[in-house]
Design a protein around this ligand. Structure first.
Ligand SMILES: Nc1nc2c(c(=O)[nH]1)N[C@H]1C(S)=C(S)[C@@H](COP(=O)(O)OP(=O)(O)OC[C@H]3O[C@@H](n4cnc5c(=O)[nH]c(N)nc54)[C@H](O)[C@@H]3O)O[C@H]1N2
Ligand SMILES: Nc1nc2c(c(=O)[nH]1)N[C@H]1C(S)=C(S)[C@@H](COP(=O)(O)OP(=O)(O)OC[C@H]3O[C@@H](n4cnc5c(=O)[nH]c(N)nc54)[C@H](O)[C@@H]3O)O[C@H]1N2
Ligand code: SF4
Ligand SMILES: [Mo]
Length: 882
């Protein structure tokens, strides 16, 4: 195992494990502990910047919650036994039921080297392509659109293009929260060149709209119409690039005919998109007059039952105007996960083969077969995520190994996924955390090393390969994912192909495959990296692909010469017939549920919830609804509400928002059964998917909302993990020390103290307050607060102030009483909900300063520091200033 414990303080350059921006991080290590992080100024992706999640990495690297030992059926076991158990289970299943009775489900968060060996094992040695990944839920529509248009999964542009563009269109992307460093780069570019225009296309008014010159709040799911309408408009206004079309594309006539047949008229298109004609015209006019246009698209496009078509509708407009392969001009699919791109390069999707080859030609299959010396080569595509879990449920897949993803939370119809896993004969889960909704379904649990311990490479959104370096010893008995996969492969009898000793050996093989018999046919060629020595690999600076032998670095942009990866060398324009979302609202379910990310949490919160600071911004699951819908359904701010669909229900708090369009709700994706009673948003979704990419429609689910009449609310702050939580709604919020629980119930307990004793153990040193509508209790251990419980049939005290007190020494009777009173002795210590997570500046503090005349974000930053680090909170601060 690569253990690199370093006794003294030192600094290691690595890459952030969260989003696809792929920021370089300096990790400061002392005595085998990560003590601080900072942005790496030399990394081209971020040039020293970090967002709040990246800046809190050292607060999440501790051992709390980690899975440290292998387990079989809940019992700790040795690695040898765990590996043998899996190998035998897989072998027997394959012998009896064939190779398609087993599956791997991977993640865009494992490293390229992990991905490579997993894909090789499945497709070359087990002989099935039943290996898919959570990138199916994320990027697969963009991948398919790229392949259709460019002949391969190629992202034409780079981040610099976002800064060089004169018109930047952000479609279905909440950049400010999901790719904060990109957002900062755009903001800085716009500050330098205020004439640069930014358009945001999103049904919601998001934090990203703060910098927009134009926000198009289109009807959910109508982007396809908007972009075919744009193509028609460009043709009508003679602003196509006829010579580019003639020289570098094919399919133009059909594409235009299809566009004109539905969206040939601006007024009709505006209606189909639910937009004002003049707003739509504004966008079309800007697009037609501007050479340097970047259209950046993300999950508002991809996660759709016609996501591939939407991607191609966007690309069509760029091809038809030659706005591609030039500085500041490109369609740009931004990736979500840190290594979504690496996974795509390796070929980790069920419809890919390896190294940008697929199953479409026997020649590809033979090429990979011979390179791998594969004994059992898969010859056709495997099952994509949704179908894979369907096959698990039907008993066709009898053994599944899940690595680095949490499908019981993130797949549509999430309860179905949980039930399918519970029925499955052998469920192996590799994770770095012990308790997740998916590890709860595992027969075999394998502890994986996490960021800081892992070693390998990732590729970001702009085709840049960076090193994630190992700088802490492996936690407990954990092992690297690639090591575990290779060990299982060897135990299955595949000694030959899996005898790697280091990630650099795996990387070299991956790089060599990309160049193997390539002869310029496949743009994805990194053979220039296939002969790195271990030292060179370790010291590898960020490089872009393609990178063939003899090159130092790959090009910033692809297609600069108008040559594409198709047989004819021309890009394909596709005839697109836009579609509305498949799952439409009905009388019973009249509202559209939209879902997405919040600024400070990462996916299913397994890592980000470890940093208390990251829960300061938003600490509870919620549903955002428009003021009109709130009035119509009789719902007020913070009411407990039920959101129900055909598949299930969630119980969350209501958040009223002027930015939410009527008829549409928004819920964050992050909360799991580990953190809240009923807030797994994907339990509401049906598994409707794009027919080409198989990507689920995760932004559009018909639901109904209803207020739940609750009788009481409570806060419990405690160092203990409650034994049970006998109330309808609970939410767990980890603090720097201990936990805070927000509780709501429909039935008033007879005796609060007795009720509380079911949850936690109450010590003798405690103070209590009982009144008709309230019960309060604070218990102490060695003079320090141990547990605090406030229940009320009315509104509650400020829990953020109370949580803060929990970590501070309490040394006077007055302070004890002030805890019971729920407010500071001098009453001016309550900064309110944290807005700036970096410097922990609360809303009350900021509002107070504004009242006193501090009237700009710059001045607030000088006075309070808020917004002066990562800048993610600036949209909110600006809103307060307004
Ligand atoms: N903080 C944070 N950042 C992350 C992540 C995280 O978990 N937390 N995850 C990473 C990952 S894996 C991904 S994939 C990315 C995702 O990054 P984004 O795609 O930017 O994030 P989302 O919030 O999923 O969705 C983006 C927007 O799509 C909008 N939308 C919904 N329906 C439509 C529609 O019909 N049309 C249009 N035009 N827009 C629509 C939503 O309102 C939402 O604002 O974020 C990455 N970054
Ligand atoms: N409704 C709805 N559903 C969605 C989305 C949406 O917008 N709306 N977004 C979709 C998208 S784009 C995505 S990417 C998915 C994300 O969904 P998931 O992939 O399910 O979410 P994560 O929390 O990132 O899960 C990663 C798991 O791997 C573990 N882990 C982290 N690092 C490692 C490692 O190195 N090795 C191993 N073995 N384990 C590791 C983590 O602890 C965690 O349990 O959700 C999808 N689901
Ligand atoms: S922008 Fe993305 S890659 Fe950069 S620090 Fe934030 S989460 Fe990490
Ligand atoms: Mo994603």
């Amino acid at each position: 195992m690569t253990q690199t414990a370093k006794p003294e303080t030192c600094q290691v350059k690595t890459t952030c494990p969260y989003c696809g921006v792929g920021c370089g991080v300096n990790a400061i290590i002392s005595n085998d502990q990560l003590i601080a992080v900072s942005g790496d100024k030399s990394h081209p992706a971020n040039e020293g910047r970090l967002c709040v999640k990246g800046a809190a990495l050292h607060e999440t690297a501790g051992l709390e919650g980690r899975l440290l030992e292998p387990q079989i059926n809940g019992e700790t076991t040795s690695w040898d036994q765990a590996i043998e158990h899996i190998a035998q289970g897989f072998r027997q299943t394959i012998e009896t039921h064939g190779p398609d009775s087993v599956a791997l489900y991977l993640s865009g968060q494992i490293l390229t080297e992990d991905y490579y060996v997993a894909n090789k094992l499945m497709k070359g040695f087990i002989g099935s392509a039943n290996v898919d990944t959570n990138s199916r839920l994320c990027m697969s529509s963009a991948v398919a659109a790229h392949k259709r248009a460019f002949g391969a999964d190629l992202v034409p542009g780079c981040y610099e293009d976002l800064e060089l563009a004169d018109l930047l269109i952000l479609v279905g992307s909440n950049t400010a929260w999901a790719h904060p460093v990109i957002y900062q780069r755009i903001l800085a570019a716009k500050k330098k060149r205020p004439e640069m225009k930014v358009v945001v296309i999103d049904p919601r008014r998001t934090a990203t709209c703060d910098m927009a010159d134009l926000h198009l709040s289109l009807k959910p799911g109508s982007d396809g119409y908007l972009f075919t309408g744009l193509l028609s408009y460009l043709a009508d206004h003679h602003t196509l690039d006829i010579s580019y079309i003639a020289q570098h594309t094919e399919g133009f006539e059909n594409a235009l005919r299809a566009a004109n047949s539905i969206t040939g008229n601006l007024a009709d298109t505006a209606k189909l998109c639910g937009l004002e004609e003049q707003d739509l015209h504004q966008l079309y006019d800007w697009f037609s007059r501007t050479d340097k246009v970047v259209t950046l698209f993300s999950q508002g496009i991809n996660q759709s039952s016609s996501g591939v078509d939407k991607g191609n509708a966007i690309i069509n407009c760029h091809l038809a105007t030659g706005k591609i392969g030039k500085p500041g001009a490109a369609p740009f699919s931004i990736t979500g996960q840190p290594n979504a791109m690496g996974g795509r390069e390796v070929g980790g999707l069920a419809n890919q083969l390896a190294a940008h080859m697929d199953f479409s030609t026997p020649a590809n299959i033979e090429l990979v077969e011979s390179f791998w010396q594969a004994p059992h080569m898969a010859r056709s595509e495997g099952l994509k995520a949704v179908d894979m879990f369907q096959a698990v449920s039907e008993g066709k897949i009898k053994a599944i190994w899940i690595i680095g993803t949490n499908p019981v939370v993130s797949m549509p119809d999430a309860d179905f996924i949980r039930d399918a896993l519970e029925r499955c004969e052998l469920v192996v889960v590799s994770d770095c955390m012990a308790k997740t909704d998916t590890t709860a379904c595992a027969n075999v649990l394998l502890p994986a090393t996490g960021w800081a311990e892992k070693d390998g490479t990732v590729t970001n959104s702009e085709r840049m390969i960076s090193r994630q370096r190992s700088f802490l010893s492996a936690a407990g008995n954990s092992r690297h994912d690639w090591q575990i996969i290779c060990a299982v492969a060897q135990a299955m009898g595949y000694k030959q192909g899996f005898s790697f000793k280091t990630p650099s050996e795996i990387f070299a093989e991956h790089a060599a495959l990309s160049g193997y018999q390539n002869k310029g046919q496949r743009f994805f060629d990194i053979s220039g990296l296939s002969e790195l020595s271990p030292k060179e690999y370790n010291q590898l600076e960020p490089v872009r692909w393609p990178l063939t032998k003899g090159q130092q670095n790959g090009p910033l942009r692809l297609f600069t010469e108008g040559r594409f990866n198709t047989p004819s060398g021309r890009a394909r324009m596709l005839p697109i017939t836009p579609q509305a979302p498949l799952n439409q609202v009905s009388e019973e379910y009249p509202l559209v549920l939209n879902t997405g990310r919040i600024r400070d949490q990462w996916h299913t919160m397994t890592r980000t919830a470890k940093a208390a600071r990251l829960l300061n911004h938003i600490d509870q699951p919620y549903v955002e609804l428009s003021l009109q819908d709130a009035q119509h359904y009789g719902i007020s701010e913070q009411d407990l509400v039920e959101v129900r669909s055909t598949q299930g229900r969630c119980l969350v708090k209501a958040k009223l928002s002027a930015g939410q369009p009527a008829g549409s709700l928004f819920m964050p994706i992050h909360w799991t059964a580990q953190f809240a009673s009923e807030a797994r948003v994907d339990s509401l979704f049906t598994a409707i998917k794009d027919p080409i990419s198989g990507q689920p429609e995760a932004k559009h689910c018909p639901v109904i909302i209803q207020k739940v009449e609750s009788r009481w609310q409570a806060i419990l702050i405690t160092h203990q993990e409650p034994k049970i939580l006998p109330c309808e709604y609970w939410c767990k919020i980890p603090l720097a020390q201990g936990f805070r629980y927000e509780l709501t119930g429909l039935y008033l307990p007879q005796d609060w103290q007795a009720w509380l004793q079911q949850l936690i153990t109450l010590g003798d040193d405690r103070i209590e307050l009982k009144a008709s509508s309230t019960y309060r209790m604070v218990s102490f251990e060695q003079q320090q607060p141990e547990s605090l419980f406030f229940a009320s049939t009315d509104a509650l005290a400020n829990s953020s102030w109370l949580s803060k007190q929990f970590t501070q020494p309490i040394d006077s009777a007055a302070q004890r009483m002030s805890l019971l009173a729920g407010k500071p002795v001098d009453n001016n210590d309550d900064g309110g909900n944290i807005v700036c997570s970096c410097f922990e500046v609360g809303e009350n503090t900021i509002r107070q300063a504004i009242k006193q005349g501090v009237n700009s974000t710059d001045k607030l930053a000088t006075q309070l520091k808020c917004g002066s680090n990562c800048g993610s909170c600036l949209p909110e601060i600006r809103a307060m200033l307004k």
